[in-house]
Design a protein around this ligand. Structure first.
Ligand code: SF4
Ligand code: SF4
Ligand code: FES
Length: 334
């Protein structure tokens, strides 16, 4: 039963705890023996299978799944191994959000589904093959450009600050499931957040050979990432996937494989020079005058007010362009 007798102070505290997804916050809403409703998406039926499970203290989603497998559905397929947020095998979606079953506190009413963007083997078990094949293809290992100097190697914290974050990855695929670009399927050649985090472990290591890193990055389709942070929101290892892995990898790609960054570099240059996003200037910068060959599309954009050719050809600027010029002049801009 859900407790509704909280003082305002307790309610504030509870809200704070819930935002951090703590077991304590969830479990204070349930008393020992309360019935939990768990609906599970099973692969042999279009309907969700519903189970009622007796709550016990500190119960996690994995405990609930184990209870169902022991008492009501012995053929329920799900994976787990370590039970302690180490192996990354137990990831599922609970009420639409990616979680580790072994770490997530139960909710009074919850729907458990398999991860998205991976083929389903059965029930909650997904095939990790697409992820593993991509990681294998990227060859995310270290090839030194200089001979090993012996232990300990002179590496500063600053040099390793991004790679070391990526090393916390437990390969759970929560980020891969949450990524909307991976959800587009073959429409893009994007490798996805989890393979990029694996690659980041060595590609962001300053000892790695630049040619080798460029070769790997060329296979990632990294500029398809729209920086929506969905991956980062669900990462159980709290890895700053976008800010400390994908963005530094994008910067590396722009420096080592500039052809891949044509669109991003053009956008940055247009904004820096003009002080705003000018869509027609951007298209002209990326495709050149060839863009005008698609006259029908250009006219459609013009009539809808999406582009303003006069403003583009007169090279209109806003006061923000001064800051842009200073930005482009900075030495650290790749
Ligand atoms: S930030 Fe990029 S990798 Fe992460 S979910 Fe969004 S599109 Fe996918
Ligand atoms: S980056 Fe985070 S969410 Fe993605 S696989 Fe690694 S641990 Fe899981
Ligand atoms: S069982 Fe290993 S992380 Fe959940």
């Amino acid at each position: 039963m859900v407790s509704d007798v909280l003082t305002p102070g307790e309610a504030r505290q509870l809200g704070r705890l819930e935002r951090h997804d703590t077991l304590e916050a969830r479990n204070r809403r349930l008393a020992e023996g309360d019935a939990i409703t768990m609906r599970v998406r099973r692969s042999d039926t279009a309907r969700l299978a519903e189970f009622r499970i007796p709550y016990r203290k500190w119960m996690r989603v994995l405990d609930a799944l184990n209870w169902v497998a022991d008492n009501q559905a012995p053929d329920l397929a799900y994976r787990w191994f370590c039970g302690s947020k180490m192996c990354g095998t137990c990831a599922v979606r609970m009420n639409g959000r990616e979680v580790l079953a072994c770490w997530e506190a139960v909710e009074p009413d919850m729907t458990i589904e398999p991860l998205r963007n991976l083929p389903i083997i059965r029930d909650l078990m997904v095939d990790r093959g697409p992820f593993e094949r991509k990681v294998e293809q990227l060859e995310p290992w270290l090839e030194r450009s200089e001979a090993y100097s012996g232990f300990p190697e002179p590496l500063s914290h600053k040099q390793m600050k991004n790679a070391s974050k990526a090393l916390d990855c437990i390969g759970c695929m929560c980020c891969y499931s949450a990524c909307p670009v991976i959800g587009l399927g073959d429409l893009t050649d994007f490798a996805g957040p989890a393979p990029l985090v694996q690659l980041g472990q060595t590609a962001l290591d300053p000892r790695n050979d630049a040619t080798k890193v460029a070769w790997s990055l060329a296979l990632t389709g990294i500029f398809n990432c729209v920086s929506c942070y969905k991956c980062e929101e669900v990462c159980p290892a709290s890895i700053p996937i976008v800010s400390q892995v994908i963005e530094p990898l994008k910067a590396k790609t722009a420096a080592l494989v500039p052809d891949m960054a044509k669109h991003s570099n053009a956008l940055r240059a247009v904004v820096a020079v003009r002080g705003y996003v000018d869509p027609s200037a951007l298209v002209l910068k990326v495709h050149g005058l060839k863009a005008l060959l698609n006259l029908r599309r250009a006219l459609r954009l013009l009539f809808r007010g999406k582009i303003n050719l006069l403003r583009t050809f007169l090279r209109r600027k806003t006061p923000a362009s001064a800051a842009g010029a200073r930005y482009l002049g900075r030495e650290d801009v790749p």
